[in-house]
Design a protein around this ligand. Structure first.
Ligand code: PMP
Length: 430
């Protein structure tokens, strides 16, 4: 740990809970103190003392074209000089909306907001408003932001710190949230059979990224579509992580399943605060000011966020971009699997495109399919591996229950360097 980060953290713990403004950053799941970041460029972030790290967090997903991409920076500069917020509509919103709809045809109409939390919270409100039903189903270990009704058996930081059900959420609110395990069609059928007429929606991450990376089993998303349609409930895909990540058109393109509503965030803001929700026109026409479902935001559609998002989506509008991400991901996966096998450390590497997680403790190759299986991982082994990688200049997500991200700024040389670091770090994991 560098001296500057140590000094900053010492002051930060008196200013912010845990010294941070979002829990996982505090490194509590892996021990030690967080590195304070001074700048970033391409695939590298730099600590407070200027030390470079190969970055596999990418701001938790948005930085898919790499940090401080010159085209994104140029657009932001240009926009900053024209004004950073107007609280009135701009052409940029229309341009970004057009691009989002072209990639996500299911989002016939949408609304931009400022975070993923707002997107999911608002999508649930639309579903409740449209169906007149209060209950909804969520998946154990999926994380949809920190709104009260979504903090029930939530993944990500909530799971990492052993509080998948937050204090401060009234039982009266949580009782409308029904949870079932991921990848379990039978459990879904059962809750819809028992209460289908009262269920407004099923919300899920179509590729779960907040219990570590857990892909949907073949047929699972199709079953979600069928069961919700039969019950007159809406299907909401939370693609805050997977949108423009696992394919240009997200998981719904990759797996060919069309939801009623979709939530986006992260990449569409190119590293600026953003979110979006949208879907069937008849549903989105229920949103204010043309419908009775109220939702608003001072900074919604913020021109800086729209500009960074537009520049990022323009860079992604290239079929080779996703082929390249897939190839980089494949190279890394094979390298990590070989390194773990050689070191005799039981590890399962799960990956969809440029998102991946190394689960420790599972018999090598045995898949992790549910939150319960993810939580059975050896978090101690993960923590030792994380620290070993950090020492060797590789910055991974500081929790076993998070996905790591590659960017277009990574290259084969960096992947090989990462695999070498892993081969070395794994020797000290056992
Ligand atoms: N949904 C998913 C799938 C997410 O991964 C996240 C954040 N990681 C959110 C919603 C919440 O987004 P935000 O942190 O921007 O509120």
């Amino acid at each position: 740990m560098d001296e500057r980060s140590r000094a900053l953290f010492a002051e930060a713990v008196g200013l912010f809970p845990g010294g941070v403004n979002s829990p996982v950053r505090a490194f509590r799941a892996v021990g030690g103190q967080p590195v304070f970041i001074s700048r970033a460029e391409g695939a590298r972030i730099y600590g407070a003392d200027g030390r470079p790290f190969l970055d596999y967090v990418g701001s938790w997903g948005p930085m898919i074209v790499g940090h401080a991409h010159p085209k994104v920076v140029a657009k932001l500069r240009e926009q900053a000089a024209r004004g950073t917020s107007f609280g009135a509509p701009t052409e940029l919103e229309v341009l970004l909306g057009r691009k989002v709809r072209a990639a996500f045809p299911s989002m016939e109409m949408m609304r931009f907001v400022s975070s993923g939390t707002e997107a999911t919270m608002s999508a649930i409100r639309v579903a409740r408003g449209a169906t007149g039903r209060d209950a909804f189903v969520k998946i154990e270990g999926c994380y949809h932001g920190h709104a009260d009704h979504l903090l029930v058996k939530a993944g990500s930081g909530a799971a990492t710190f052993g509080q998948p059900d937050s204090a401060g959420v009234p039982a009266d609110i949580a009782r409308h949230t029904i949870t079932v395990p991921f990848n379990d069609v039978r459990a879904l059928e059962d809750v819809f059979a028992a209460g289908g007429a009262g269920i407004a929606a099923l919300i899920l991450e179509p590729v779960a990224g907040n219990m570590g990376l857990v892909p949907p089993l073949p047929g699972y998303l199709e079953a979600c579509r069928e069961i919700t349609a039969k019950a007159g409930a809406l299907l909401i895909f939370d693609e805050v992580m997977t949108g423009f990540r696992v394919a240009l058109g997200g998981a719904q393109e990759r797996y060919g399943v069309r939801p009623d509503l979709t939530c986006l965030g992260k990449i569409i803001g190119g590293g600026m605060p953003v979110g979006a929700y949208g879907g069937r026109r008849d549903l989105m026409e229920r949103v204010s000011p043309i419908g009775p479902v109220y939702q608003a935001g001072t900074l919604s559609g913020n021109p800086m966020a729209m500009a960074a998002g537009l520049a990022t989506l323009e860079l992604l509008d290239d079929p080779q971009a996703y082929e390249r991400l897939e190839a980089l991901g494949g190279r890394l996966q094979v390298g990590l699997e070989r390194a773990a096998a050689r070191a005799g450390v039981p590890v399962t590497v799960q990956r969809v495109g440029s998102m991946f997680t190394m689960f420790f403790g599972a018999a090598a190759g045995r898949p992790v399919r549910t939150f319960a299986e993810a939580r059975a991982s050896d978090v101690g082994a993960f923590a030792r591996f994380f620290q070993g990688m950090l020492e060797r200049g590789v910055y991974l997500p500081p929790s076993q229950l998070e996905a790591a991200f590659l960017s277009l700024a990574h290259d084969d040389g960096m992947i090989d360097q990462t695999v070498d670091a892993a081969a070395d770090a794994l020797r000290f994991v056992k």
